[in-house]
Design a protein around this ligand. Structure first.
Ligand SMILES: O=C(CO)[C@H](O)[C@H](O)COP(=O)(O)O
Length: 230
């Protein structure tokens, strides 16, 4: 898992974020994901808006809302614009078939809503996120009163779900939607689509972090080079 408090400049993340921003065209409605890599895309889009690019954005979290406002990107909502031209977002793990795991920042519920509302879903990562097979613990947004039931059902699936502890407060991480974030360790997940369907059937999970709808992935390397997978 990334050090989410790291503030230092990351050339790979910047290269990936900026490459994705280049895909955005005049007039587009854009979904803005959450996290440190997407932040570079938001910054790049803000620079383009200042030079005359006409876009509006739908955010996925308080973090991306604050960043978009600071960058001068006009905001809209899915209520006003239910179909987005493009969504750009980071990820915590990317497998060989472009299935991704998201939710390291606990924003995967709204991120999934936004990505599925977009005609194109573009993922931006640095090379540390690449693996052959998904194996990290899967982030879950869970209704607080269902936490024990979710733990029980995850155990029946062969996994172990734990409440994500907050780092600067006592108790659990609470999502922007007021729910608990849990992480469920299952080991390797060789068939992400099948597994995603099973997790969607667990009562009490509002949304899990497996995304199987990625169109392109920009991978940024420390030397600033990028690789495109699609
Ligand atoms: O899914 C996410 C938030 O819920 C993030 O996009 C993911 O955690 C990647 O973050 P970063 O770009 O900071 O590594």
């Amino acid at each position: 898992m990334t050090d989410r408090n790291a503030k230092s400049h990351h050339p790979g993340k910047e290269a990936a974020g900026r490459a994705a921003a280049e895909l955005v065209k005049d007039g587009n409605i854009v979904g803005l994901g959450t996290g440190s890599t997407t932040a570079y895309a938001i910054k790049a889009l803000g620079e383009k808006v200042k030079k005359g690019l006409d876009i509006r954005a739908v955010v996925t979290s308080y973090q991306s809302e604050m960043m978009a406002i600071q960058a001068g990107i006009p905001l809209t909502s899915l209520a006003e614009n239910p179909v987005l031209d493009i969504a750009i977002d980071g990820a915590d793990e990317v497998d060989a078939n472009l299935n991704v795991v998201k939710g390291g920042g606990g924003a995967h519920f709204r991120e999934k809503v936004v990505s599925l509302s977009a005609n194109k879903f573009i993922v931006v990562v640095d090379d540390s996120k690449i693996s052959d097979t998904i194996s990290m613990a899967i982030p879950l947004e869970v209704l607080p009163c269902a936490r024990e039931l979710v733990q029980h059902q995850v155990a029946q699936m062969g996994g172990e779900a734990s409440i994500r502890p907050a780092s600067r407060k006592d108790g659990p991480v609470i999502s922007d939607n007021g729910n608990f974030i849990m992480d469920a360790a299952f080991g390797e997940v060789p068939n992400p689509q099948e597994f995603a369907d099973k997790l969607s059937n667990v009562v009490g999970i509002i949304e899990h972090g497996i995304f199987t709808n990625t169109d392109k992935v920009y991978i940024g390397y420390k030397d600033g080079k990028i690789e495109l997978r699609e």
